[in-house]
Write a protein that binds this ligand. Structure first.
Ligand SMILES: [Zn+2]
Length: 200
């Protein structure tokens, strides 16, 4: 039994589906979930509201795979720089979509375009029903598409027991990197879990 754990938080943003020549966003997101499931791993998906608008069926697909689904704002704006009412609307706009699609707003809110939330954003998230704001300590830098070997190296060099690793849905390099990442974590006695499992 592996006891130490590393949570994988995979972000899903609408911007990822505008790249030309790429497979539809839902197919690319599903590819990553499938690689996790094949290895017995579960991830926490932080979804952008407009991304859910474009592929609403993904909300159930995430939960049906045993993964966790949370809030990553409505439009993925620089939330810490927004006036209070606009920042609040970014949080509740995504929460409304999560509730409509799944019956719950999810356990986690992760702020957009920042690693850490400001005190104001933490307060607004609480008001919207999220007692805990999620951050990460290890950025895989996969959103820059550096290639699967680079993503794999960054994660395996940096992962520690209790790490929260940031990955993104919609990037082929991330899909290719996930199996060797999960294998490498396993060999180090680490197990990939959802954020909720990490903190409970
Ligand atoms: Zn993001």
């Amino acid at each position: 039994m592996l006891r130490a754990a590393a949570a994988i938080a995979a972000g899903a943003a609408a911007t990822a589906c505008t790249r030309s020549g790429a497979a539809p966003a839902a197919a690319r997101a599903t590819a990553l979930l499938r690689e996790a499931e094949r290895a017995g791993a579960r991830v926490t998906v932080l979804a952008v509201g407009t991304w859910l608008d474009e592929q609403p069926a993904m909300a159930r697909r995430v939960l049906d795979g045993g993964h966790e689904l949370g809030n990553h704002t409505l439009h993925h704006r620089t939330i810490c720089a927004l006036p209070e009412d606009e920042a609040y609307a970014e949080i509740t706009g995504c929460a409304d979509r999560l509730r409509a699609l799944t019956g719950t707003i999810g356990s986690w809110f992760r702020p957009s375009r920042t690693q850490y939330a400001t005190d104001q954003v933490i307060r607004l998230a609480r008001r919207a029903g999220y007692p805990h704001v999620l951050s990460y300590d290890l950025d895989s830098l996969d959103a820059d598409d550096p290639g699967a070997p680079a993503v794999q190296r960054t994660v395996l060099d940096g992962a520690r027991p209790g790490s929260v690793v940031s990955l993104h849905l919609g990037h082929p390099g991330t899909v290719a990197a996930l199996p060797p990442i999960l294998d490498g974590l396993h060999r180090r006695g680490l197990r990939a879990v959802t954020t909720t499992e990490l903190v409970t």
